[in-house]
Ligand binder design. Structure first.
Ligand code: SF4
Ligand code: ZN
Ligand code: ZN
Length: 332
């Protein structure tokens, strides 16, 4: 049986590329120092700043909130959580329950935004059906929109996303294969804020694998909803590429990390989005062309955009969670 390279106790994990093994205690230490190095290397957060962590209820977001809460004590930043209830039946119900238990366990305030409260009872799947669009594309847009709205209303310095190295390698390969090169500049460890319009996003788990995130959440006993969303389609390109990334990493350990660290250095070499971001004429949040995707979609479905009521709704939910909104109602 393998032994921990630090203390000689029975190991719970071994790294093929670094030829090191760790027991539970030293794996937790190793994981946290790896995430700390990522935060420092990419200048993700400074002492005193507020990070709003997006918590889905799954294992990556559990690892994210766990590690950010523990690192906040040594690095001096503040953490709060945001959960979007997407209204996807029992899956969303259990994800929400896991997120609430997680936030309670690590001791951070959690604001919950419920999509059905904004749409008069419709969740992501129904909205996608009404708009005749794939559920994951509507879901991704809704999450980005609401998380950004919450970040702006809380005056967060950054929004933290739980994407791990496997996710990022999949997104990068997908962008290459489909030649969606404009998507690549958004795949780095950090995106900058745009004043009044968008909160910068950070990916603290950029250098850790899915397996590491899972093991960390498990060893800390963090509540997780392990269910898969019913909208996942096994034929989706992301699902196929995930299998390929796992295979690639088992044959060539370290290749995924090399891809991501090289990509992080070359983000500016790829085509940047055309045009300039501007406030949406309905809700004042970020848009490319004067109308944001959320307002466009809801206008198409309901005959009027729902964006204008989002900011007041978000402020109310932040307040209920004990996260003080930083703007007055009606300001942009
Ligand atoms: Fe949303 Fe698709 Fe993920 Fe389900 S699988 S949570 S619909 S992005
Ligand atoms: Zn050990
Ligand atoms: Zn809008």
């Amino acid at each position: 049986m393998a032994k921990c390279s630090v203390c000689g106790e029975t190991a719970v994990v071994c790294y093929a590329d670094a030829r090191r093994c760790y027991c539970g205690e030293h794996f937790i230490e190793h994981f946290e120092s790896k995430v700390k190095r990522t935060l420092e290397k990419y200048g993700m957060v400074k002492p005193g700043e507020l990070v709003l962590a997006a918590i889905s209820g799954g294992k990556d977001s559990a690892a994210l909130l766990g590690v950010m809460t523990r690192l906040s004590r040594v690095m001096g930043f503040r953490v709060a959580g945001i959960h979007i209830d997407l209204g996807i039946g029992e899956y969303s119900k259990r994800s929400r329950e896991a997120a609430v238990r997680l936030a309670g366990q690590v001791g951070v305030p959690l604001a919950i935004l419920d999509l059905r409260e904004l749409t008069g009872g419709y969740g992501v799947t129904e909205l996608a059906r009404m708009a005749k669009r794939p559920p994951c594309s509507v879901c991704g847009m809704v999450k980005r929109y609401l998380i950004n709205a919450a970040g702006l209303e809380a005056c967060a310095d950054a929004v933290a996303l739980g994407h791990n190295a496997d996710d990022m390698a999949v997104y990068a390969l997908k962008s290459f294969l489909t030649q969606d090169l404009e998507a690549i500049p958004k795949l780095g460890p950090k995106t900058e804020s745009i004043p009044q319009l968008a909160v910068g996003r950070i990916r603290p788990l950029y250098s850790v694998s899915e397996k590491e995130a899972f093991l960390y959440a498990y060893l800390l006993g963090l509540p997780v909803n392990h269910e898969e969303c019913p909208n996942v389609d096994q034929r989706q390109l992301e699902v196929v590429l995930k299998e390929q990334v796992t295979l690639m990493e088992s044959r060539k350990p370290g290749l995924r990390t090399q891809l991501l660290s090289k990509l992080a250095k070359r983000l500016r070499d790829y085509p940047q989005p055309e045009g300039k971001p501007e406030p949406c004429r309905h809700c004042g949040l970020i848009s490319w062309g004067g109308e944001c995707s959320f307002c466009r979609l809801t206008k198409r479905i309901f005959g009027k955009p729902l964006g204008p009521k989002v900011r007041e709704y978000v402020r109310r939910k932040l307040r209920e969670a004990g996260i003080e909104p930083c703007r007055e109602a009606g300001s942009s």
